[in-house]
Design a protein. Structure first.
Length: 549
């Protein structure tokens, strides 16, 4: 609308000017080289306008003729650029669709182009076809440019991970982290590399850089720092217990529910003569996540306590979480040590409806100590097929002890205390290192009970993660679990079988004295390496095992 009004105003002014000149005719006289020309003002103005337009046209034509070679070259370059961009667009679409032939054809059309997108297309096409040499060359060309340096380093990191080259992957990640400290993938990769190498101080420095750059939330940063401090305290525990105690106390302040930190802090404080502080740390962690290691540490807060005093402490701890089975199991173990069988049975019987391996083993031990060999034999048979107990699990890997990082993927703080088969479908198989062991407390007031034994899951070699992962290919010795001799394939645990009457039990004399203790401790038979569950006299033990299977 404004343009229309402006046009009308301009046209009106022009018309008024022409009319004004027409109403006031005048004479224009030009004398040049002895010649005189007389004309009107209007004709003179029109003549001048024609001369100006002709001059402009002549100059434009001359300028075009002079610049025609350069313009022709620019036109050819623009044509090539347009075709190159078209090939890049179609090539990237082909790479995304997985069409290797089309991707190779379009990448070949951009061989003479050094544009970043053309280099990226060639690199991704080489990745799609498995040509690592060309992919590395393209990503290195990108890394040499300042504007695409991070893209090239990312590509080199991914290629190194895909071809199991941790040295090249670490180099690329550290260079990217140095260029851009706030880059998430680079910071995470460097952190995992430091953890895999056991460089906990370096990992703490990387974590601090991540926190300052805003990559981590406050809660996540506190949790990860607590895990790293606990890992470092475990490493230097034997060398300098004072520094280890200071580190683990800071870890408990940052993450009060971190079980390994609370257990280690309680043990070190008990050795330093601070039982009240140790007990308070255990109670705080127990409220968040009851764990058998916490119960053992709580019972050993005062090293001079008798079995009866430890039983009283376990009862106090169990009252904090009255509905959690770990409290009942802790009271049962303490009651068995104190030989208070009524308290042990009262605590354990509510768990006997759907027993786990630990519950069944403790029931067998209780009946054996009470002199009921038949019931002890029944419960040991039931323990063979009982549900599994929780264990430290991360990415399908089951460890007998807590580890700061996952040996499979290298994730920090990956281990969780849960039942390993809870995430396994009915048709999925596991690789385990040995037959399942049944863990239970030793008789008498000896050393504190260890964490319940659990089979370590060994993932198949072909199941290596395809995502950029800096530690999956080279787990450090400080975080690796014991090697699994002769892995065997087994199915997930079957449903617990009901207790059978005595008349249906095979003719077996029952477990020998001492064999039952070895079984509930998870010890292995020196003959075949299997858990020592009972006697094998007259070959009846083999029939007993076959019957319960």
């Amino acid at each position: 609308m404004i343009r229309v009004v402006a046009f009308l105003v301009g046209a009106t002014l022009l018309a008024l000017g022409v009319v004004w000149l027409a109403d006031r005719p005048g004479q224009v006289t030009i004398t040049w080289l002895g010649q005189r020309a007389d004309t009107s003002v209007m004709v003179a103005i029109v003549g001048i306008a024609i001369v100006v337009v002709a001059s402009i046209l002549a100059w434009s034509l001359l300028r075009f003729l002079l610049r025609s070679p350069k313009l022709f070259s620019l036109a050819l370059r623009e044509r090539r650029r347009r075709r190159s961009h078209e090939a890049i667009s179609r090539g990237l679409v082909a790479v995304g669709a997985g069409d290797m032939r089309a991707a190779l054809r379009h990448a070949g059309a951009t061989e003479n182009s050094n544009e970043p997108l053309a280099l990226l297309l060639r690199a991704q096409t080489a990745q799609l076809s498995g040509d690592r040499a060309n992919a590395d060359a393209a990503f290195r060309a990108l890394a040499e440019r300042s504007e695409t340096r991070l893209l090239g380093l990312r590509g080199l990191f991914v290629e190194a991970q895909r071809h199991n080259d941790p040295v090249a992957a670490r180099l690329a990640a550290e260079q990217a982290a140095k260029e851009a400290p706030a880059l998430p993938w680079a910071g995470q990769a460097v952190l995992e590399f430091r953890c895999a190498a056991g460089d906990w101080e370096g990992a703490l420095n990387v974590l601090e850089n991540q926190r300052r750059s805003g990559m981590l939330s406050r809660a996540e940063g506190r949790r990860r720092r607590a895990v790293l401090l606990t890992a470092r305290a475990i490493t230097i525990e034997e060398e300098n217990r004072d520094i280890a105690r200071a580190l683990v106390l800071e870890a408990t302040r940052l993450a009060p529910d971190l079980v390994p930190a609370a257990e280690l802090a309680s043990r070190l404080l008990a050795e330093a003569g601070e039982p009240r502080k140790a007990a308070k740390i255990i109670e705080t962690a127990w409220k968040a996540s009851p764990h058998p290691d916490l119960a053992d540490a709580y019972g050993s807060v005062r090293l001079a306590n008798s079995a009866r005093e430890r039983l009283a402490r376990m009862q106090t701890l169990a009252r904090i979480t009255p509905d959690h089975p770990e409290g009942a199991l802790a009271v049962t173990r303490a009651a068995l040590d104190a030989r208070d069988f009524p308290i042990a049975r009262a605590a354990l019987e509510p768990l006997g409806k759907e027993p786990t391996q630990r519950v069944a083993a403790l029931m067998a031990q209780l009946n054996e100590l009470e002199g009921d060999e038949g019931r002890a034999r029944e419960w040991m048979g039931r323990a063979l097929t009982a549900a599994r107990d929780p264990a430290w699990t991360a990415d399908g890997y089951v460890s007998e002890r807590w580890l700061p990082v996952s040996p499979v993927t290298g994730r920090l703080d990956a281990f969780q205390w849960k039942v390993p088969v809870a995430e396994i479908g009915p048709e999925r198989e596991l690789m385990i290192e040995a037959p399942r062991e049944i863990a239970s407390p030793p008789l008498g007031n000896t050393a504190p009970e260890a964490a319940p034994a659990a089979p370590s899951v060994v993932p198949p070699p072909a199941a290596a993660p395809t995502s950029p992962n800096p530690v999956a290919a080279q787990p450090a010795a400080s975080i690796s679990a014991p090697a699994a001799p002769n892995p065997v394939v087994t199915r997930p645990a079957r449903r617990p079988a009901p207790i059978m009457p005595l008349q249906q039990i095979p003719d077996d004399p029952g477990p020998d004295a001492g064999d039952l203790d070895a079984a509930v401790r998870g010890e292995r038979s020196p003959r075949d390496g299997s858990p020592r569950i009972g006697s094998s006299r007259n070959g009846s033990w083999q029939r007993f095992r076959q019957f319960f299977r």
